[in-house]
Design a protein around this ligand. Structure first.
Ligand code: AMP
Length: 281
């Protein structure tokens, strides 16, 4: 496995593989890899001849008061996870490699980006779309792997690939959880012991919502109230949003008649955590 930091090195490697007629899978990440990332990597290794993983804490997707500086980093541990998993190239660029002086282009998507996380993180998805497009152009993979954990991001990337006719298959992968149900996240490392215990309220509350839907409830407001009530029973939790949206448009639905995403964002102390489930009717 090679660890490279320039665009040229990635392109050179991919060019050689292409000469041999090999397929290329790609997993974009911000590093501090855990079993959630590993599930994407494993699928990419299974489905492609060669795999590139990018590790880049992308500054343009962080707002001014967010955790860009404190975001956890551990390239050594990430490298051994990738190497053990059969990754061929890790691309870990410096900021200047991705955003050289004078950089002034961005991808702007409306609609899908405006609800849910887009409301409390207004610059986030513009930054995600821009960096993912750049990475897609650098790696030029056949398939790219994204987690359902970031469901809105997955919907946005799928839409962007379709809208811009990018020749890449986007593969969505299920949420990997801790034993108690907490969705794995690099940000879980911010939680104190007490907060970590409290954080289980996200998945527990979603489970209640799912049970209500499974027993026939179709009124979004009732399900949202049920989920909110449960989250509020945890004193360390503060709700950012609890919403039920159409799976494709990310627009709120009043009554569940088509596949929906039930998505929540909750602060546990200062740490903002997200979780969700899809209900296919
Ligand atoms: P990040 O490093 O947080 O940008 O995540 C990189 C990729 O891993 C994204 O496509 C995430 O959706 C995915 N991912 C993160 N956590 C999980 C998880 N618990 N289960 C599945 N995929 C995940």
């Amino acid at each position: 496995m090679k660890v490279v930091s320039t665009i040229k090195e990635v392109r050179d490697a991919v060019r050689e593989w292409r000469k041999e007629g090999l397929t290329v899978g790609f997993v974009p990440t911000m590093g501090y890899l855990h079993e959630g990332h590993k599930s994407l990597i494993d699928k990419a290794v299974e489905e492609n001849d060669r795999v590139v993983v990018s590790i880049f804490v992308n500054p343009t997707q962080f707002g001014p008061n967010e955790d860009l500086e404190s975001y956890p980093r551990d390239l050594e541990r990430d490298s051994s996870l990738c190497s053990d998993s059969g990754v061929n190239v890790i691309f870990t660029p410096q900021r200047e490699e991705m955003y050289p002086e004078g950089f002034c282009t961005s991808i702007n998507m409306t609609g899908l980006t405006e609800n849910l996380c887009g409301k409390s993180r207004p610059v986030h998805f513009g930054g995600v779309c821009t960096v993912v497009t750049k990475l897609f152009n650098i790696v030029a993979p056949d398939k790219a792997y994204f987690g359902q954990k970031d469901a809105q991001q997955l919907a946005i990337i799928k839409r962007m690939v379709s809208d811009l006719n990018l020749n890449i298959e986007v593969v969505g992968c299920p949420i990997i959880r801790e034993e108690d149900g907490l969705a794995k996240s690099s940000r879980n490392t911010y939680l104190s012991k007490e907060e970590r215990r409290a954080a289980v309220i996200l998945s527990k509350s979603l489970k209640l919502g799912l049970e209500a839907i499974n027993s026939g409830e179709r009124n979004s407001r009732n399900i949202i109230e049920l989920i909110k009530g449960n989250i509020e029973s945890e004193k360390l939790a503060k709700i950012d949003y609890v919403q039920i949206v159409d799976l494709l448009s990310m627009k709120d639905v009043e009554t569940i008649e088509k596949p929906v995403l039930v998505a929540i964002a909750v602060y546990i102390g200062k740490t903002r955590l997200i979780d969700n489930f899809i209900f296919e009717i």
